[in-house]
Design a protein around this ligand. Structure first.
Ligand code: AMP
Length: 223
């Protein structure tokens, strides 16, 4: 069982890499952004409230997020290990997470920063889209389907973009990252849990670095 936290600015590729970790090691991806988007789609009162905040590029209140994560970590699939993608995003969330994990006798093995440049992120985010059927990710400039309009993975022909992937909202999201989330790096750095991968490298190279971290920590545990 390996438990990870993936930290990094919006667009760093946390979601893509978390999906690959899940496929390779069975480490369950827990994406708070996806959970909130699902809540917004289903139109629950919390989901509707969150949608307004997300569309402004701001952070949803800690109290809503902490309850959401606690419920998710208690699901049986998380016993194989999990990768938190998009949580914690504030020091208060990091502290709440610690309390939650202590109570459950669970430890985080690594906090991995996927390090990127802001300027490149705006371009990366506003061009990205996914297949509506299977979730495969594409990009207007960097990664188009081989047959235009047809998903390489499942043949789907409907694609979608996130409502908050606009230039204006991306700038607000990057600002929120620097102001509210970046301080968490020091919080985990003090506890020597922090690792760093180069998020500006090619997607496969980032995956290679992440897989090496997981494989090393599993080997160390066996010896
Ligand atoms: P993401 O998919 O991780 O980029 O998240 C999309 C949006 O969901 C963010 O811009 C926030 O508005 C909201 N969100 C996701 N995770 C959190 C969190 N841990 N705390 C507060 N807001 C969050």
């Amino acid at each position: 069982m390996t438990n990870l936290i993936l930290l990094g600015a919006p667009g760093a590729g946390k979601g893509t890499q978390a999906r690959r970790l899940q496929e390779r090691f069975g480490i369950v991806q827990i994406s708070t952004g996806e959970m909130l988007r699902a809540a917004a789609r289903s139109g629950t009162p919390d989901g509707r409230k969150a949608k307004v905040i997300m569309d402004r590029g701001e952070l949803v209140p800690d109290c809503m997020m902490v309850g959401m994560i606690a419920g998710r970590i208690d699901q049986p699939d998380c016993r194989n290990g999990f990768a938190l993608d998009g949580f914690p995003r504030t020091t208060a969330q990091a502290e709440a997470l610690d309390g939650m994990l202590v109570k459950r006798g669970i430890a985080i093995d690594h906090v991995i920063e996927v390090a990127v440049d802001d300027d490149a992120m705006v371009k990366r985010i506003i061009g990205r889209y996914t297949c509506a059927r299977c979730g495969a990710g594409y990009h207007d400039l960097y990664s188009k389907p081989s047959v235009p309009g047809v998903c390489d993975r499942c043949g789907g022909t409907r694609f979608e973009r996130r409502d908050d992937d606009t230039a204006e909202t991306v700038r607000a999201r990057l600002a929120a990252y620097h102001r509210q989330t970046e301080p968490i790096l020091a919080y985990y750095g003090q506890r020597e849990l922090l690792r760093r991968v180069d998020g500006m490298a090619a997607i496969d190279e980032v995956t290679r670095q992440l897989f090496a971290i997981v494989e090393d920590s599993r080997r160390e545990r066996l010896t």
